[in-house]
Structure formats: C-alpha cells, structure tokens
Design a protein around this ligand. Structure first.
Ligand SMILES: *Cc1c(COP(=O)(O)O)cnc(C)c1O
Length: 437
C-alpha cells in the first residue's frame, strides 16, 4: 500500500487501513498490531493522509502526542477485554461474535455522558425537534445530518458513540426549517452553534443550506461552527475545490451583521505548525470571521502547562482568541485520559501565568456537565478545611451563573459527580432534600 500520494486532496484512512499503517509507518509487529485492532473494534478510528504525513512524528511513536490523539492504543481498554477481542480476530471468529463482544465492552464505557441521547430535545408544541439541543437560554446547538463525521477522530472524543454506526445512537437533523421555526418561537436565542461531528466536513453547498436561512433572523447575533478542520484538514480553506465559496459564505454571514464565530479545536501546538494552517487561519480572518480556540486537557497528550502556554501564544500570534480549556468528559477510555481536577487547575494556572493578557481570554479548566459548565477556580483553605472553589460559566438555570460555590478537596476527583459539597449539604444545582418527617 502506498500512503504518500501527496496531501493536496483529502484522503481518509479507516479501520481497514489500520494494520497497514501500523506496519509501514509505526513498524509494529504482528501481536502489537492485533491488539490495536482489537481496541479499534470498540472505539472508532478514522484519520487522513495529512494527519499521518504532516502531524505525527512517527520516530516518536507510540509516545507521540498526535499519534495518541488519533490512533487507538492497546492500554485504552482493560487488558482482559483486549486479549479476548484480539483472540477473536486471530481465530477469524464470525463477525457477529466479534461485534457482540465489542458492543459489550463499549457499553461499559458510559457511551452517553450527561444524557447526550435525549438531552433537552426541544419541542415545538408537542413535536420534538430532532438534531437540536437547547441547554442554555441564549444558545441552540444544531447537529446537521451531513456533518456527523470528522476529517479524523480524536481518541478522547466524548461523542465517540455517534461514530460507531448504531442508528439509535445518532441524533442529527436535515431539517433547517424546524430550526428556524424553533428559533422564531424562542426570542431568547441569540446564538446558533453548528456542531457534530464536524460541520466543516460538509461541502459549501450543503453548509449554505443550513446557514443562509439564519441570516434573515434579526434575533441571531452569532453563528458558530465547532470544528477541528483547521487542525486535521486545513486544505478545507485553502486547496479544496470549494474553499473559496466557503469563505464567501463566511463573508456573507459577516455582511449580514452577524458574527461568524469559528470555534477551532486545537489539542496540541504541533497542529498549528504546518504552513497550510497559517494560510487557512489568515483566509478565514480575512472574511471578517472570528476564530476562538478550545480543547480538553488530556493525559499523555497535552497535560503540561508549557504545552498550553505555547499553544495559546501561537494562537494569539496567528490572530486566534483562546477560549476554553475543558476537562475530559466521563466517557470512553476516561481512565486512560482523565486528569484529576486538582492537577487540571494547577496546569491551567501555570499556563495562564505564562501568557500575556491577550491570551487570558481563556477560561478553565471547565467541565461541561449536566447542570452546566463548571469552572475550577482554585484550591484554598477556609476555616481549616481544604476546598475547591468553583463557579458556573454557563448553567441551565441562569441564576447559578457566576456565583462561587465550594466542594471538599479531593485530589483524586476527575469529574463533577466525584465532588461533595463543602459548607453545605448540597450543591446549588441540586434540588433541596425533602424535609424529614
Ligand atoms: C459550551 C457549551 C455551549 C456554549 O457555551 P458558551 O459559554 O456560550 O460558549 C453550548 N452548549 C453546550 C452544551 C455547551 O457545553
């Protein structure tokens, strides 16, 4: 198999290419390849020639951060599961048996954190509007049905369950009229966030069908596109046949008096290095769009302050605005990637202390949890008790936003659900306990 056909045209690699990539690029032996393939029966794998040829340092595999960002690793799943799945592949077990075994392992990985399946499916009257989430009053999320994949998958993705092809695990819509109808009935909505998958996987003509109808809605201030395309396929804005038309669409949004907010997902400063990324960012900014950056803090990929400080400085130099550092969600191979909240806070603080005020637009570490986005502001001692200081950046209940609250310090806690209230018997987002008789 030949992998180097140049990177001008987009070339996807999927699980059927995995064995060849691991042999030819990583030089893995048969057993090591088998174990990675075993993991890939459970977790989705997709990458592309640009990521493989331009971003991964193959001489540093398996420790290379970009390799870890896109390739399954055998230690992402319990050893016994990997051995069982590897044996099934080795012995050419029937596909049905392998699929059943993989499903079993998958269901142990909390595939739907924070009720991703049925979360607040909004309604017009009694009719649910699929492909939408309306969690915060001013912002509606929309999942276009043609945008439900990515140029490459991140191993830590919290939406990974969408990518394994079970129809009942998918939620997406092609019905932009329903979106517009819903927004008209909800004057509090000012921002639409297209997400997925990656909306930039859509060609310009399809993207336009979703974006254009929103331009007639005076209540909408901003149209956001959550995307990893600048990191995984900057050619989308430079060399793709519809690159120019896509940029014209962005320009049209800006001319209509709305902010086209490009929410770029960058996990590591390496992703900013190729020249194509600089060109792509320049071209997007030239349309009048803004580019804000966000990523989760991931163990073994970007879990040190120097990496973040470097990343934010480079982003700022390139004209982008650092926005969020997230805490990895409680799903998938979370034991493998999770960074304790106490460490996440230290890493954030150390990085934040190293950058100028222009990069301090960034907020975090932030957990997108069921009641809202909770930021870990710090660790302190009050009345002799060590506590986390927290606040809601976003909340389903706007009353909670911006008010500090406390949790008992726990160096092992990795998620909101691991925390216990301090100086109170419940968190502000929890209902009051019924009064005992
Ligand atoms: C972060 C997030 C948003 C956007 O929130 P902003 O603070 O306005 O960027 C919207 N919906 C969900 C579910 C989110 O997690």
């Amino acid at each position: 198999m030949i992998f180097n056909e140049g990177t001008r045209g987009f070339r996807a690699y999927t699980t059927k290419h995995l064995d060849d990539l691991l042999r030819e690029k990583a030089g893995f032996g048969e057993e090591a390849r088998l174990r990675v393939r075993a993991v890939a029966t459970v977790l989705p794998f997709r990458t592309n020639a640009y990521v493989v040829d331009e971003l991964i340092d193959w001489s540093a595999v398996p420790d290379d951060p970009i390799y870890r960002l896109v390739f399954p690793q055998e230690d992402m799943l319990p050893e016994a599961d990997v051995s069982r799945l590897a044996n099934l592949i080795r012995t050419n077990a029937p596909v049905k048996q392998l699929t059943a075994a993989a499903n079993e392992v998958r269901m142990g990985l909390n595939p739907h954190p924070a009720g991703q399946l049925d979360l607040n499916v909004p309604k017009i009257g009694d009719e649910p509007v699929p492909g939408m989430q309306h969690k915060y009053p001013e912002t509606v999320l929309f999942f276009p049905k043609q945008g439900q994949t990515c140029h490459a998958y991140c191993t830590y993705c919290f939406r990974w369950a969408q990518f394994i092809g079970e129809p009942d695990l998918k939620f997406a819509s092609g019905d932009v009229d329903a979106l517009v109808g819903y927004i008209r009935r909800h004057p509090e909505v000012t921002s639409v966030l297209f997400t997925g998958g990656d909306p930039m996987i859509m060609g310009e003509a399809v993207l336009r069908r979703y974006v254009e109808p929103l331009l007639d809605l005076p209540q909408i201030d901003s149209i956001r596109i959550g995307t990893k395309s600048l990191a995984y396929w900057p050619g989308r804005f430079v060399t793709d046949p519809d690159a120019d038309d896509t940029l014209k669409l962005f320009e049209q949004v800006v001319r209509s008096g709305k902010n086209l907010a490009f929410m770029a997902h960058f996990s590591h400063p390496r992703e900013l290095e190729p020249q194509a990324v600089g060109s792509a960012v320049r071209r997007i900014l030239d349309t009048g769009a803004t580019v804000r950056t966000q990523a989760p803090l991931i163990r073994t990929i970007n879990d040190d302050a120097a990496t973040w400080a470097h990343m934010w400085r480079r982003q700022n130099a390139m004209g982008m605005v650092p926005y969020y550092m997230f805490v990895e969600r409680d799903t998938g191979p979370q034991d493998y990637f999770a960074v304790p909240l106490a460490d996440a806070y230290e890493t954030f603080r150390d990085a934040y202390a190293q950058v100028s005020g222009l990069c301090r637009t960034v907020r975090g570490p932030s957990m997108s949890a069921t009641p809202g986005k909770v930021c870990v502001d710090g660790v302190t001692e009050i009345n002799g008790q060590r506590v986390f200081v927290l606040h809601f950046i976003q909340a389903r209940d706007p009353e909670l936003v911006g008010r500090p609250f406390f949790a008992r310090y726990d160096p092992t806690a990795v998620w909101l659900t691991d925390l216990r209230p301090a100086f109170a018997d419940r968190f502000p987002f929890e209902p009051a306990a019924p009064v005992a008789a």
